[in-house]
Write a protein that binds this ligand. Structure first.
Ligand code: ZN
Length: 248
């Protein structure tokens, strides 16, 4: 018997409901739209939960916050249509701002207990040289919320959700923006869809920046696919929920 028999890498293609938790509006799609599109086409229901209001990255600084928020959401809906996102949720914490980690974790717990996903996607909080606190906090709070979903003594931000929650099988977490992947997903069949989805995020990138992003994604997707039998890949660290603590 090996440790892998006790804690096998969960199969994301068996997931029926997937909650994708991201710091900003575009992170899920930049990191994982290729595999998420495949999962949606495979019959999984995709839910996106965005931690921050993302207002700091909006290129047109003449827009009011309300106008900028409306454009960000319409970009996100357009991308979500391509990927096959069923529903979008937002926490609305200030982008790159001051907010409480435990409030964020309570909101993530609420959504996990409310939506009962069998898989969660989130950024890898342990990405070396990640300098953006929104990414670190979102990744860590998502990992903790996955671990603590069944422990209703750890309150979410909604007591009614906690009271109604009877537990559910949460198979695992897929960490994206990771430097230590344990799977490289073949996204060749949905590569064009991914690029179309990323291109929807017009409010946050000047045209030249968008071209550069697409080029970088193309190079990276080919780099991670080297030695594999496919052209474009997305790296993920897929972990059983019990593998998120003390490294056993
Ligand atoms: Zn981000």
């Amino acid at each position: 018997m090996t440790i892998e028999t006790i804690l096998p890498i969960p199969d994301i293609f068996s997931a029926k409901r997937i909650l994708c938790i991201q710091p900003h509006y575009d992170d899920n799609d930049i990191a994982a739209a290729g595999i998420l599109t495949q999962l949606a086409r495979n019959g999984a229901e995709l839910f996106y939960l965005t931690a921050t209001d993302d207002l700091m990255g909006v290129v047109d600084t003449s827009l009011s916050n309300k106008e900028a928020a409306d454009i960000l959401k319409s970009d996100q809906f357009a991308a979500g249509k391509i990927v096959g996102v069923k529903e979008q949720f937002w926490c609305g914490y200030p982008d790159a701002g001051e907010y409480n980690y435990f409030d964020l974790r309570r909101d993530f717990l609420k959504h996990i207990r409310m939506l009962k996903p069998d898989f969660v996607f989130a950024p890898d909080a342990w990405l070396t040289y990640e300098g953006h606190r929104d990414h670190i906090q979102t990744g860590l709070a998502a990992a903790e919320a996955v671990m603590f979903a069944g422990l209703t003594k750890i309150a979410s931000s909604n007591t009614a959700v906690d009271a109604a929650y009877e537990g559910h099988a949460l198979q695992g977490i897929a960490l994206y923006f990771t430097r230590e992947p344990n799977v490289i997903m073949d996204i060749t069949s949905t590569w064009e869809d991914k690029i179309d989805a990323v291109k929807c995020y017009e409010a946050q990138f000047k045209p030249a920046e968008m071209d550069q992003l697409i080029m970088a994604l193309d190079m990276k997707s080919q780099q991670v696919a080297q030695g594999q039998s496919f052209a474009h890949g997305e790296p993920l660290k897929v972990l059983h929920t019990s593998a998120l603590h003390v490294g056993i």
